[in-house]
Design a protein around this ligand. Structure first.
Ligand code: HDE
Length: 721
């Protein structure tokens, strides 16, 4: 049988295909039509029996429009419903051909198109971005060999060890079913009831109660594939791998009080931030990092590589940065792209394969299953955002909403009537072949004892945090458990915390007005006939005292690109102060906005005018990273007499942000809580920049913003705001 020549794919062809994939329709210069292409003459009035009469059923235009509208909504994702997406590309630095045959990881000349969707987990589609929650970090690589989805989170571990518990976890964290309260929050009884009975979740709740759960921006989050995956090279040799995304802007968070306020002032904070940065051409970037473990080292660690509640500490296996992801284009249409994108852990390409991590194994079933109901049938891969750039040829046919028109009568294999097409691909031609892992096992519903050290990495995480981060965790646990009404649940959690770190448990107990109970942690996540000893947690000591990579205090600092800076001003402001500060901040990539008692223009001291972008009604300090008050006696005096301006400053101070005040600032500082306590001379170290020397103010302010936050301030001067 003659084989037909298989076409090759150039990078240009890939880029073109990625573009075609979009199906974008421009309405520019067109007439309004029905879905059947009929031009519409009147889109204002329905067809009636007389001017004041009833609408007629005959009105096909009305009925078509209304029917389509009535069916506009599709089911939201059961988890990760709230999200924001962006297009971009990925490029590997050097070939990784020694460990994988995946084309996008071996050809440094290729740019692989990607679509990324960030999300929260628990809230509904319309919920706030700033909930305390895990963030989804899902990346679809449209590679020349097919789509690869890296469906990760911003935390490297998970709550449970076996996928069969996922529906229970999600039911526990979602709003309680009798009254659907609370929205997008884990601070309620059912969540902590479940967690307190499942000690395997202990490591994950350390991450969830840390500042990682309230990121400053999607652009400032790490991402993790969580499970141990496999890489397979041309020779068929496999290595284990953990995937990491490292943001080039560093990893940063907001304060919890700030997060709660942002949820009211701008619930779209993260979505807007991502959109605006891309629109401004300040493209978010991450490096892809790999921790590679040769197959022979599988059992070298004191934890099990298949256990998704464990990390491989970076001190044991360093993260190699092997390529870069850049997001450079916002979606054209939220629904068509961000809502309809369908990720799946099972979308892999030759060179990447699975392991037996029992959580990953369950996910391999769940994602396609959920898309069938969410996107209404088996043809969701034909939706433009889901289409691979690699050509698709198979014998799958029909189903709801089929788009492809397959000519001919052959839809089976093997066949002779279709010339044998489409052919199976040999491995040498890029055919996917599963890694032939040796298995010699009994069929059991069990868990390996190597999964039962639930506390040592939780302890490692807590001990690796800076003092302010630890204090935030104490507050987070106290907040969440304080919202729990059932005292027995609070007590069980205190017992669990005492196995992580006694100091943490006793500080939380103090805030809850309880004593830390003694005894063994209960594990109710065990089978009915199980020997409880087999399921008992192992209380081990961490092999490392601490890991620098776990604390955000050690992240990259100094870059102020995309940071939002508020310039507070009123009439009588020194406009040359503003011009100079704005120029320096903008040159460093930051974004400034003038905030004043009212919109319009302010009168400057030198006769100029300053445009106002926000008023104290439309803006709040929680929407900014830093605050600057330019000189000008009248402006400063007005701000000192404007309670909203004073509150703005107090709040920025409380949330540990950089503040610069130029000129005769005492007047406005004297009105703030912190100004009354502050030793101005020592203040520069605390992120407060004052004085009359313009050049040094600008430089000191930029350096202070680059520090992100001055968390120590919370201990030194806690102020109301
Ligand atoms: Fe998911 N998860 N998940 N998950 N997950 C979904 O798929 C599921 C898990 C993650 O932006 C769902 O299309 C099971 C870990 C992200 O569209 C669903 C288990 C990690 C997204 C599903 C897990 C994730 C999802 C809901 C336990 C990090 C959003 C809608 C075995 C590695 C993707 C959907 C997007 C979404 C199932 C655990 C990441 C129901 C059964 C661990 C980022 O299929």
């Amino acid at each position: 049988m003659a084989k037909i020549k298989k076409p090759g794919r150039t990078p240009e062809a890939t880029a073109k295909a990625a573009d075609l994939m979009k199906n974008t329709v421009s309405d520019e210069g067109t007439f309004l039509t029905s879905n059947q292409g009929v031009k519409v003459n009147d889109d204002q009035n329905s067809l009636k029996a007389g001017e004041r009469g009833a609408t007629l059923m005959e009105d096909f235009l009305f009925r078509e429009k209304m029917t389509h509208f009535d069916h506009e909504r599709i089911p939201e994702r059961i988890v990760h419903a709230r999200g924001a997406g962006a297009h971009g590309f990925f490029q590997v630095y050097e070939s990784l051909g020694n460990i994988t045959k995946a084309g996008f990881l071996t050809d440094p000349s290729r740019t692989t198109p990607v679509f990324v969707r960030f999300s929260t987990v628990a809230g509904s589609r319309g919920s706030t971005d700033l909930a305390r929650d895990v963030r989804g970090f899902a990346v679809k690589f449209y590679t020349e060999e097919g789509n690869f989805d890296l469906v990760g989170n911003n935390m490297p571990v998970f709550f449970i060890q076996d996928a069969i518990k996922f529906p229970d976890l999600v039911h526990a964290v979602k709003p309680e079913p009798h009254n659907e309260i609370p929205q997008a929050a884990s601070a309620h009884d059912t969540f902590w009831d479940f967690i307190s009975l499942m000690p395997e979740s202990t490591h994950m709740i350390m991450w969830l109660m840390s500042d990682r759960a309230i990121p400053r921006s999607y652009r400032m989050m790490e991402g993790f594939g969580v499970h141990t995956f496999r890489l397979v090279n041309e020779k068929g040799q496999s290595s284990f791998v953990k995937f990491h995304w490292k943001p080039l802007l560093g990893v940063h968070s907001v304060a919890w009080d700030e997060a709660q306020k942002i949820s009211g002032k701008d619930p779209d904070f993260h979505r807007r931030d991502l959109w605006q940065a891309i629109e401004a051409g300040q493209f978010p970037e991450w490096e892809l990092g790999l921790q590679v473990v040769p197959e022979k080292d599988e059992h070298k660690f004191e934890f099990d590589l298949l256990d998704p509640t464990k990390i491989i500490p970076e001190e044991l296996v360093p993260v190699q940065r092997i390529g870069k992801l850049t997001l450079n284009r916002n979606p054209d249409n939220f629904f068509a792209e961000t809502e309809q994108v369908a990720f799946h852990v099972g979308h892999v390409v030759p060179g990447i394969d699975f392991t037996n991590d029992p959580l990953m194994q369950g996910r391999l079933f769940s994602y396609t299953d959920t898309q069938l109901i969410r996107l209404g049938g088996p043809n969701f891969h034909e939706i433009p955002i889901n289409r691979p750039v690699a050509p698709v040829h198979n014998n799958q046919r029909d189903g709801f909403m089929r788009q492809t028109i397959n000519p001919g009568r052959v839809s089976y294999q093997p066949n002779s009537l279709g010339g044998g097409c489409p052919f199976q691909a040999k491995m040498a031609d890029g055919g996917f072949s599963s890694y032939s892992e040796r298995i010699d096992a009994k069929k059991v519903r069990e868990r390996s004892r190597s999964f039962f050290d639930h506390f040592s990495q939780a302890t490692l995480f807590y001990n690796s945090q800076s003092e302010p981060e630890k204090a935030h965790m104490v507050d987070a646990f106290s907040f969440e458990l304080g919202k729990v009404q059932t005292v027995a649940v609070r007590e069980r959690m205190l017992l669990t915390l005492s196995k992580v770190q006694k100091d943490l448990a006793s500080k939380v107990a103090y805030k809850l007005g309880l004593k830390v109970p003694k005894g063994k942690v209960i594990n109710e996540g065990i089978p009915a006939d199980a020997d409880p000893r087999k399921y008992a947690p192992i209380e081990a000591k961490p092999s490392l005292e601490q890991s620098d990579a776990l604390s955000m205090a050690n992240t990259i600092k100094g870059n102020i690109a995309t940071r939002m800076i508020a310039i507070l001003a009123a009439d009588g402001v020194n406009e040359s102060n503003i011009t100079k500060m704005q120029a320096a901040l903008t040159a460093a990539g930051a974004v400034t906005k003038t905030v004043a008692p009212r919109l319009g223009f302010l009168q400057g001291t030198q006769g100029g005018q300053v445009e106002v972008q926000e008023s104290f009604l439309t803006a709040a300090s929680v929407m900014f990273d830093a605050v600057y008050i330019p000189g000008g006696d009248n402006s400063v005096a007005t701000l000192a007499e404007t309670p909203d301006a004073v509150h703005f400053l107090n709040e920025a101070y409380r949330h540990c942000k950089a503040i610069a005040i130029e000129g005769d600032c005492e007047q406005v500082l004297a009105k703030t809580y912190f100004g009354q306590k502050l030793e101005i001379n020592d203040a520069a170290t605390d992120g407060i920049v004052t004085g009359k020397n313009s050049a040094s103010i600008v430089n000191d302010f930029i350096a202070a913003i680059g520090q992100h936050r001055f968390w120590e301030r919370e201990v030194a001067h806690k102020v109301p705001a």
